[in-house]
Ligand binder design. Structure first.
Ligand SMILES: [Zn+2]
Length: 99
């Protein structure tokens, strides 16, 4: 059995937490991924009208998971937003988790 104390929890970030987590470059990267790389299984293509109503989840591995809806058809879409993290990222994650 794994030591439960070492497990991080998934946290759904509110907009302020998400805003604090990413620096300018990371926000740009996030928006690029959001607008150009989220695949809609229903449309069978990258969401042609972008993604709407999305939530951001900090996963147990401290990765950023986006869950939203295709802007065209409304199907649920999910993508792990793998962005290059700066040196301060881990500290900001810690701040969020310690609150
Ligand atoms: Zn769609």
């Amino acid at each position: 059995m794994k030591d439960i104390m070492l497990e991080e929890e998934e946290i759904e970030l509110d907009s302020l937490q998400f805003d604090n987590l990413l620096n300018k470059e990371e926000k740009d990267a996030f928006n690029y991924l959001l607008n150009h790389t989220v695949f809609c299984p229903n449309c069978s293509q990258i969401c042609p009208q972008g993604v709407v109503d999305y939530n951001i989840i900090l996963t147990d591995a401290n990765e950023i998971l986006m869950k939203g809806k295709c802007g065209k058809c409304g199907s649920g879409v999910t993508r792990l937003m793998l962005i290059e993290e700066d040196a301060g990222f881990k500290d900001r994650v810690k701040d969020i988790r310690n609150k």
